[in-house]
Design a protein around this ligand. Structure first.
Ligand SMILES: Cc1ncc(COP(=O)(O)O)c(C=O)c1O
Length: 340
């Protein structure tokens, strides 16, 4: 195990990055939502404002991961996700910016609203706009096999594909995401606050793995609270632990499983299906803070945070940071279920 300073140095400058994301993202107070809920002081870290192609949390990971793609002389990025995946849209945006071809395995058949917008608007419209090649495949429950198969096919055709995993979740992606903690620590100090918790939605696990890793080094008194949005809390927790452990090993840091908290009960009936609490959270964030959340990820994340506040988890006077991880384009694909 390295000293704290050596780990910090490794986090800060041990890994090359491309600079695709606009950083640091703002940390803003949510005064009206705080007053409405009557609990802790709420802040929002605007990871929806990372810039490129409508932004989102994956750009922070792609900054590091795609450096490897460029360094390995790849000529095509291969990734995938469900029809309205924010991850694959951010890969498509990065590919366009880098001048690389992008091929996406688009999973059909995971729960989705039966509306034309789901297939054509939001992230799917942007994938096409950014010039990605779309390959429809059935959803089998395995997140990466179809992407790997697509990559093998391209390799056989003489291409040099670089595989970007589902959700850009990998040990390197987790190290990349840990960098957000350096920003939050600096911004918190500038605002004179010491956040009791950072709350965010958790899916493929890389984001939370990075947050836990970064907090253990830089903000050890701040609890990371992941809200499961997949209705698979055990799977999410074990993925967070796997990515977090591997990432910690890469930078010589400790990783404590006890620091991995994944809260169940706010995913509604399943991935991509918003329930009443999700819709309430989206409406409150919109009406009180002009904060556009989405019904698949960030809306469920805020629904979880609101539930924890109503259960009395934090006293008023404490500070809690919510991460808006992005996903705004999906709002337009889910227009029918928003009932606005
Ligand atoms: C908007 C948004 N928020 C949160 C997440 C979850 O991040 P992770 O998959 O790293 O857990 C995703 C992943 O696709 C996302 O698109």
């Amino acid at each position: 195990m390295k000293t704290k300073d050596a780990v910090l140095a490794s986090m800060q400058s041990g890994f090359p990055r491309l600079g695709l994301a606009t950083l640091p993202t703002p940390l803003e107070p949510m005064r009206r939502l705080t007053a409405h809920l009557g609990g802790p002081r709420l802040w929002v870290k605007r990871e929806d404002m990372t810039g490129l192609g409508f932004g989102g949390n994956k750009l922070r990971k792609l900054d590091y991961v795609l450096h490897e793609a460029v360094a390995s002389n790849a000529d095509v990025l291969v990734s995938g996700g469900v029809v309205q995946s924010n991850s694959q849209r951010q890969v498509a945006a990065a590919a366009a910016k880098l001048g690389m071809e992008c091929h996406l395995a688009v999973y059909h058949g995971r729960l989705a609203p039966p509306t034309p917008e789901y297939e054509t608007s939001g992230n799917m419209l942007l994938n096409r706009l950014f010039g990605a090649h779309l390959h429809p495949v059935p959803w089998t429950g395995d997140r990466n096999v179809a992407i790997e198969q697509l990559g093998s096919r391209l390799r056989q055709e003489g291409r040099r594909p670089y595989f970007v995993p589902y959700g850009v979740s990998s040990p390197l992606g987790a190290i990349a995401y840990a960098s957000i903690i350096l920003e939050i620590a600096e911004q918190s100090a500038a605002s004179g606050i010491r956040p009791a918790a950072i709350v965010h939605c958790s899916g493929s696990g890389g984001t939370q793995a990075g947050l836990v890793l970064g907090a253990s080094v830089v903000m050890p008194d701040t609890r990371i609270v992941g809200i499961d949005i997949d209705a698979e809390p055990e799977r999410v927790r074990s993925d967070v632990i796997a990515y977090g452990r591997a990432a910690a090993e890469m930078i010589g840091a400790p990783f404590a499983e006890d620091d991995v908290e994944v809260i169940a009960g706010h995913a509604g009936p399943g991935y991509g299906v918003p329930h009443a609490a999700t819709l309430e959270a989206i409406r409150l964030a919109g009406a009180l803070e002009a904060l556009p959340l989405d019904p698949v990820y960030s809306g469920k994340g805020l629904a979880g945070l609101i539930a924890l506040i109503r259960e009395g988890r934090w006293e008023s006077g404490t500070d809690v940071v919510f991460i808006h991880t992005g996903g705004t384009p999906a709002l337009f694909a889910y227009q029918a279920v928003l009932e606005l």
